[in-house]
Ligand binder design. Sequence first.
Ligand SMILES: Nc1nc2c(ncn2[C@@H]2O[C@H](COP(=O)(O)OP(=O)(O)O)[C@@H](O)[C@H]2O)c(=O)[nH]1
Ligand SMILES: [Mg+2]
Length: 224
Amino acid sequence: MPISEYKICIFGSGGVGKSCLTMQFVQGIFMPKYDPTIEDVYKKTVEIDEKQYSLEILDTAGTEEFSAMRDLYVKNGQGFVLVYSITSRATFNDLQGYYDRIMRVKDTEINGQPPLILVGNKSDLEDERVVGREVGQALARKWKCTFLETSAKDHASVDQVFFDLVRQINRLPNISSNRSQPRHSSVENTGAVATRQITNSQSKHKSHLHKHFHKNRKDGCVLL
Ligand SMILES: Nc1nc2c(ncn2[C@@H]2O[C@H](COP(=O)(O)OP(=O)(O)O)[C@@H](O)[C@H]2O)c(=O)[nH]1
Ligand SMILES: [Mg+2]
């Protein structure tokens, strides 16, 4: 039976811990100084509810200047993680913009809301908390999505974020049409993206996956 491939995008303001969450999930390590300009796709194969899944996770970086690119990411994505830091109200407020963008690109009036999870990261920094758990919960209720507080540093509830999204994707009515197509789709020009050598075996297909994630991309170089 073919393994299901799901594409997941992580959005949120700079510094909230998107890369740390990704690294903690994919490689099981906390990277306190991950380059803030790197935007790339990472792969992890996981077993959830006795089924194997290949997850492609887009760790976004940078600004709204790359809006056309972003819209392509969103279009190809099947599940979305919206991250703020519990230590910054501004990062919480910023999420509405990302949410609206996703809803617009996904044409939710026709398709319904895509699988989505709201994440309040840095839960280990309780002393610096300025966004209450109930504030996050209220936003999740408004958006009708799930909510988790995580600590990428302590590996707290990190895996649950991705497991929850996979389960949400599985619950979609017409799941077959939401699955990725086989990976022999042709890629002519995928552009250049800042990359870093990832040594973990789970990430060794990274550049190939990057192409796959952006299989619809026709334009040229991306500077991040
Ligand atoms: N205490 C704490 N620091 C974190 C956590 N996640 C990320 N950080 C720190 O926050 C900063 C930004 O993290 P990064 O993952 O690069 O953020 P990104 O810009 O959203 O990708 C780094 O200095 C990380 O060490 C966390 O869960 N707890
Ligand atoms: Mg980052």
